[in-house]
Design a protein around this ligand. Structure first.
Ligand SMILES: [Fe+2]
Ligand SMILES: [Fe+2]
Length: 196
């Protein structure tokens, strides 16, 4: 199990200086967590899925609050790029919400999960191509660092992984519904961006 384990979002000690590097790393973690869910079963799958849901929630919220507004303002053709990304995110969130209420042992779970994975990965590739590659060219290091700080604040909203041996049911209760986590993440990101 430990070989498969994707590091917890926020576990890294990387300096908060480049928002693009941070978001790319999260895309990698999301991909690995999909692998973990697919390759495990029972309680292990349930736990990996909780971490995937949590990371997707904080990642997408941070992008909505930090990346998309910047791309709208600073990248040429940005309005349309962002509209396209928001439509993809909306579709992914709906699948995520449907999956979130489902037992990971339900026979319908894996087909839905693979649908979500396809959507999420297409979306991530589009972000990398149409947003991330333009961000570094469109701003200075100070703003890259400010945006990175806000993404880090989003990561910090996610509760820590239970220690081995601790019932993960308790962690699930602490996590609460995805919508509530997204709300709290939004507040934390806005605070980090100096909007509160
Ligand atoms: Fe996104
Ligand atoms: Fe993303």
């Amino acid at each position: 199990m430990s070989e498969l384990h994707t590091p917890q979002a926020g576990d890294d000690r990387a300096p908060d200086i480049d928002v693009v590097a941070l978001l790319m790393r999260q895309h990698g973690d999301i991909r690995n967590l999909f692998d973990e869910v697919e390759q495990s079963e029972g309680e292990e799958r349930r736990e990996a899925f909780r971490r995937l849901v949590r990371l997707l929630a904080v990642h997408e919220t941070a992008e909505e609050e930090v990346v998309h507004p910047f791309v709208r303002r600073a990248v040429s053709g940005g309005e349309q790029v962002v509209e396209d990304r928001l439509a993809e995110e909306k579709a992914a969130k709906e699948t995520l919400a449907a999956l979130d209420g489902m037992d990971t042992d339900d026979p319908a779970f894996m087909p839905r999960l693979r649908e979500l994975r396809t959507d999420v990965q297409q979306h991530a590739r589009a972000e990398e191509r149409y947003e991330f590659s333009h961000i570094r060219r469109s701003t200075d290091v100070t703003n890259l660092a400010t945006m990175a700080k806000a993404v880090k604040a989003a990561e910090a909203m996610a509760p820590t992984r239970p220690h081995p041996g601790v019932q993960s049911g308790a962690a699930n209760v602490a996590l609460g519904p995805v919508a509530a986590l997204m709300d709290r993440t939004k507040d934390a990101v806005r605070k980090a961006m100096g909007k509160h």
